[in-house]
Write a protein that binds this ligand. Sequence first.
Ligand SMILES: Nc1ncnc2c1ncn2[C@@H]1O[C@H](COP(=O)(O)OP(=O)(O)O)[C@@H](O)[C@H]1O
Ligand SMILES: [Mg+2]
Length: 336
Amino acid sequence: MPDWLLYTGSRRTHDGIDRLPPPPPWRAFDGEPVLEPPSGGSENEHQATTYRPSDDAVQQVNAALYLRRPLLVTGPPGTGKSTLAYAVAHELGLGRVLHWPITSRTTLRDGLYQYDPLTRLYAAGRHDAEGRRGRAGRDGAPSEEDIGRYIRLGPLGTALLPYRRPRVLLVDEIDKSDIDLPNDLLTIFEKGEYELPELTRRAEPDAEVMTADGPGARVTVTAGTVRCRAFPLVVMTSNGEREFPPAFIRRCVTVELRQPVDGEELAAIVREHLGPLADQSDDLVRRFFERSASGTLATDQLLNAVYLCRHADTEDRRALADRIMPYLTGPVDDDE
Ligand SMILES: Nc1ncnc2c1ncn2[C@@H]1O[C@H](COP(=O)(O)OP(=O)(O)O)[C@@H](O)[C@H]1O
Ligand SMILES: [Mg+2]
């Protein structure tokens, strides 16, 4: 394993991230005050600890970490694009993955933060009414100072907090987005910072806002500006439903994931997930390859088929497997 690789695909947690050299001068960020990532293990542990990345994926994850650039992961459904983010977070001990699923309605602002002025107004109204009844100053009474209770940073906004170590941000299925989102995102990633205009206008510089890590996690934002320190590992996945502008590609590290082409690798993935349940699954792995010649199948369909065929006592494992592995694209299953 070459020395420069911090993420190796070993599936065991280690402190390799401590060897990450300082950023190239054009990607250095100095946000303050430095934050420690919230404690708590990584989720999706099964997926993370069974993931077998391609050599390409390992190399490009490391390139993204060194260069402080977002990683654009493309490939057909089920090739492990989303799982890659969880696997890296788990191996490098980078904590919870900040998951941002993208739809055609997602805006940049959704990812950065949400401000709920109505609840704040309502709370202020109640406070005034109580004040008139002579009960001002009670617990939780809203004022200029607690505007932060009505602001919650989104996954993107949280990833850009000045953490000492990179957080992992999964921008999932970015090809589903509105046409402007990729470029809007690039601007933010170039600057490594964003503003919350609701906070910049206030007399009091500090506000304690909520984050995407849950209601208990609050951080102080000063002067309405958030600036990162360790640039996050941004994993953007795409099923290829859309082309991205050249300017976008140029600022990303890219990697394309493919369905395993040799049976050995696929069998190893099945064993990794299912242990002894994977014994005698060679015929299903072979069937997966035969079928995938005429339409798209995803690795998790094979995993489901192997699992079910081990438990279902039917003579016709092949027919059962075929029903569990319908084509995602390609021929419609009406000939069998
Ligand atoms: N290289 C791999 N090694 C182990 N498991 C894999 C691999 N690729 C895909 N999988 C499994 O296949 C399923 C689909 O992966 P996922 O990351 O959701 O795919 P995608 O995001 O590309 O659609 C997951 O259960 C994952 O664990
Ligand atoms: Mg996915």
